[in-house]
Design a protein around this ligand. Structure first.
Ligand code: ATP
Ligand code: MG
Length: 418
């Protein structure tokens, strides 16, 4: 057996050297036991090797297993490929905690540590699970442009890009494009970056984050979409529990399965619940961060970790949501997990005239949305969808306190490298 990786820990006890290698074949380190009397050459080499070296070793699983940290090996051969030029700037076994800033800067090294690695193995698992889920249900994966001419939510939150002689922006959401595709492919999904130029500095916002987006056509109302989303999330949770049990254990996370259907709360009901707790939301405004948190506490007490808020008023939503007959509410919903919004979605307006009206009502110029509106002229079915934040979902599944823990390379207000 030949295994490759990096030395993350080395201990020398007189006649024995113990080396832990973090490789890619398991979450836990491989433990190399080198004895002076048994393999004198390797013992000598092992004593000299620095933590951080990139090596491969050949050997077999040892019949004696004493280490609790990983599988022990009897080693026949070690090849050294690269040794560190400087001592490592971070501790890759996680004994010496580093500040978040340092951890972000050197995350590519910290990923040698099983705990750090587990977070991002699970991230990959979430994406893998989402893809499986959608493919099993006949959704087609699509890729929509990330350089766009108009944003779904209006100008203030867009990063401008010079695009030859045109003004362009980085896409904040695949919203408009996935809707246009409802004219021909009634079930699509996309795993995509969102670029948002808000100057926030919070523990739940990034300027480049990732979303799992879906859109489906021929729906009756937003309930069809909510069903897809709740099934997706419980599928992801089950998948991670099953396929990443060891990673969860390394992280010390007990991930509870979620039962569907999720609880539904009406926006108006939420406003009343918050009001009786002393939190007043001005009429027609979105929930604040603090309000979301408070609601989370109330709901967890009642035994609901995850719940929908439905029927957002038109005043709080994007232009593309379907208005209800009362003219006040819409088919927009949020999904909150332990007091944090992790997804938004709903039924969209598919009628051309109403959509033009909606744009005007929101103070947007229909001229700028011509390419989008055009798609609604040729048999657009009723449709709806959602955008689910990958990092937000990870935060709540894994109990991460800061969204910057959920993405390898961070783009926020002050970070443009590494
Ligand atoms: P918030 O109000 O919490 O800032 P939003 O309502 O503006 O989020 P949406 O446009 O609804 O965000 O995007 C869909 C989902 O994408 C959100 O529910 C969230 O999970 C995620 N998301 C959106 N913006 C960000 C961001 N800046 N950083 C991290 N995740 C984000
Ligand atoms: Mg939202």
């Amino acid at each position: 057996m030949r295994i490759c990786g990096w030395i993350i820990r080395k201990k020398v006890f007189g006649r024995i050297v113990i080396i832990e290698v973090s490789g890619d074949t398991s979450i836990k380190p491989h433990v190399l036991v080198l004895k002076r009397d048994r393999e004198p050459e390797l013992f000598k080499l092992g004593k000299e090797l620095d933590v951080g070296s990139a090596i491969c070793f050949e050997g077999d699983v040892s019949p004696i297993q004493k280490s609790k940290r990983g599988v022990e090996y009897l080693v026949r051969r070690i090849d050294v490929y690269s040794t560190p030029l400087d001592p490592l700037p971070v501790d890759t076994i996680g004994k010496v905690p580093a500040l978040l800033d340092t951890r972000i800067k050197y995350r590519y090294l910290l990923l040698r540590n099983p705990v750090e690695k587990a977070v991002f193995r699970i991230r990959a698992g979430i994406i893998e699970a989402a893809r499986r889920f959608f493919i099993e249900r006949g959704f087609m994966e699509v890729h929509t442009p990330k350089i766009v001419a108009a944003g779904a939510e209006g100008g203030a939150t867009l990063f401008p890009v010079k695009y030859f002689e045109y003004n362009a922006y980085l896409s904040q959401s695949p919203q408009l494009y996935k809707q246009m595709l409802m004219a021909s492919i009634p079930r699509v999904f996309e795993i995509t970056p969102y670029f948002r130029a808000e100057k926030f500095n919070t523990t739940r916002h990034l300027n480049e984050s990732w979303g799992i987006d879906a859109e489906q056509g021929f729906i009756r109302d937003e309930e069809d979409v909510m069903k897809t989303l709740e099934e997706l999330i419980s599928y992801i949770v089950d998948y991670i529990r099953r396929s990443y049990a060891e990673d969860l254990e390394v992280l010390g996370v007990e991930l509870k399965p979620l039962t569907t259907p999720f609880k539904r709360l009406r926006y108006d009901e939420v406003i009343d619940m918050l009001s009786s707790e002393g939190i007043e939301i001005p009429e027609g405004e979105d929930l604040t961060d603090a309000a979301e948190k408070k609601l989370g506490e109330i709901m967890v007490e009642k035994g609901y970790e995850i719940y929908y808020i439905v029927g957002f008023p038109w005043k709080t939503t994007g232009f593309y949501y379907m208005r209800k007959e009362d003219g006040i509410h819409t088919g927009k919903f949020d999904l909150d997990y332990k007091g944090l919004e992790i997804a938004s979605g709903g039924q969209r307006e598919h009628r051309y005239d109403k959509l033009v009206e909606a744009l005007k009502d929101k103070g947007l110029n229909p001229e700028n949305f011509k390419f989008y509106l055009e798609a609604f002229k040729y048999g657009m079915p009723p449709h709806g969808g959602f955008g689910l934040g990958v990092e937000r979902l990870m935060m709540k599944m894994l109990g991460l306190q800061n969204i910057r823990e959920a993405i390898i390379f961070v783009r926020d207000r002050t970070r443009l490298t590494p």
